[in-house]
Ligand binder design. Structure first.
Ligand code: SF4
Length: 331
C-alpha cells in the first residue's frame, strides 16, 4: 500500500508538461576525411502531458528519445523551442526551483547512486540543499520517501550495495521524488531489470503518477510496457515524432507506416501475421545522413514518389497526429 504523506495529489487537472517546437542539434567534430557537421537529434517535438497522465515515447535505438528526455530535464542542450511545466517556461531560466519541477529516473540505478554513502545521507542532503525541510523534519521526510516507494525506513542507514537492482531503482525514484517534481521522466528506467522486477517497478511508477498527480514521461523500446502504463504514446523516427495519440487508439489503429511496422515487429503468440504484413527491414539511416523528403522513405513499404522529396507535415485525425503523405486522404 502506497503512502502519499507529505506530497499529496498535486496539480490534478492542470496542464503538466508542454513541449513546443523542441529542436536539439549537436555539432559533430571533423573526423578522418569528414568535415564537421550537425546532427538533428530532435526535430521540432510538440508534446503535452497533463498532470496525473503518462506519455510513452517509443522508437528504435538512436531515434532521439534520450536527447528529448535530457533536453526536457535540463541536463541536455536545447537548440530552440520551449519546455513549460505547470505553465512556467523553463527553457531560458532554469534556476534551482525551476529545475526541481522535472526529475529523471535513470536507466542504471547502480551508477547513479554513490556507493560510499548511505541512502539516508543522500536523501537528507537533497532535502536540505534545496531547502525543502529543516531540523527533525529532514529525517521524517527521508523515511517517508522510502516508504513511498515501498522500502522500510530502517533502510536509510544502508549503502546501495545492500539492495537488489529493483530496490535500487526504487531508491532512484525516491531520490527523484525528494525534489517534489511535477514531471517524472523515466528513461528506459526498467530495461536493466529482470522481467518480474520490471513489472513491480512499472506498477510503482504507475501508482505514484496517479496518487501524486505527476506527469510521467516513460521512454522505452518495450511497447508492451508502454501500452500497460501510458495514456498516450509518441512514436519517434530519426529525431521526428511521426505519430502520437491515445494509447489504445494508436495500438489498435496505427496510421503511420513506421508505427505499424514497429507494432508488427512485436512477437505475439495470439496473432498469425498475414503474408506481406509491414515488417521493418534494414537499419535506420545514420543521423548524419538523413534521407531527403520523408526520413522513413527508404524503409517504407508504401512510399510514393513525393515521399523522396517532400517532408510530410503533421495532420490531426480523430485525436491522433500523424506525419505521412498518405494522410488524411490515404489508407
Ligand atoms: Fe511512407 Fe511516404 Fe508516409 Fe513517409 S510519407 S511514411 S515514406 S508513405
Amino acid at each position: 500500500m502506497l503512502q502519499t504523506t507529505g506530497l499529496g495529489v498535486k496539480g490534478a487537472g492542470v496542464t503538466g508538461l508542454e513541449v513546443r517546437g523542441l529542436h536539439v542539434r549537436y555539432r559533430v567534430p571533423a573526423g578522418l576525411g569528414r568535415k564537421p557537421s550537425y546532427v538533428d537529434a530532435v526535430n521540432g517535438a510538440d508534446l503535452s502531458v497533463a498532470a496525473g497522465s503518462s506519455l510513452g515515447v517509443v522508437g528504435e535505438s538512436g531515434c532521439g528519445k534520450s536527447s528529448l528526455a535530457r533536453a526536457i530535464c535540463g541536463i541536455g542542450p536545447i537548440t530552440s523551442g520551449s519546455v513549460s511545466v505547470g505553465g512556467v517556461e523553463l527553457t531560458r531560466r532554469r534556476d534551482r526551483a525551476a529545475a526541481r519541477r522535472v526529475q529523471m529516473v535513470f536507466q542504471d540505478p547502480t551508477s547513479s547512486l554513490n556507493p560510499r554513502r548511505t541512502i539516508g545521507s543522500m536523501l537528507r542532503e537533497l532535502l536540505t540543499v534545496h531547502g525543502l525541510r529543516t531540523g527533525a523534519a529532514v529525517d521524517r521526510r527521508a523515511a517517508e520517501l522510502l516508504e513511498l516507494v515501498g522500502l522500510p525506513a530502517s533502510a536509510l542507514g544502508d549503502r546501495p550495495h545492500a539492495f537488489s537492482g529493483g530496490q535500487r531503482q526504487r531508491i532512484g525514484i525516491a531520490r527523484a521524488l525528494a525534489l517534489e517534481p511535477e514531471v517524472l521522466m523515466a528513461d528506459e528506467a526498467v530495461s536493466a531489470l529482470d522481467v518480474s522486477t520490471q513489472a513491480v517497478v512499472v506498477d510503482l511508477l504507475h501508482t505514484l503518477r496517479a496518487e501524486l498527480g505527476l506527469s510521467l514521461v516513460f521512454i522505452s523500446h518495450d511497447l508492451g510496457v508502454v501500452r500497460a502504463v501510458c495514456d498516450s504514446v509518441a512514436v519517434m523516427y530519426l529525431g521526428t515524432i511521426v505519430e502520437q495519440g491515445p494509447t489504445e487508439m494508436l495500438f489498435e489503429s496505427p496510421r503511420h507506416p513506421y508505427t505499424r511496422a514497429l507494432l508488427d515487429a512485436v512477437p505475439r503468440i495470439d496473432v498469425v501475421r498475414p503474408p506481406g504484413s509491414a515488417r521493418l527491414s534494414g537499419e535506420p539511416p545514420s543521423p548524419l545522413d538523413v534521407p531527403t523528403g520523408c526520413p522513413f522513405h527508404p524503409r517504407c513499404p508504401v512510399a510514393v514518389a513525393r515521399c523522396r522529396t517532400e517532408q510530410p507535415v503533421p495532420v490531426e485525425i480523430d485525436g491522433q497526429t500523424v506525419s505521412c503523405h498518405l494522410w488524411p486522404h490515404g489508407s
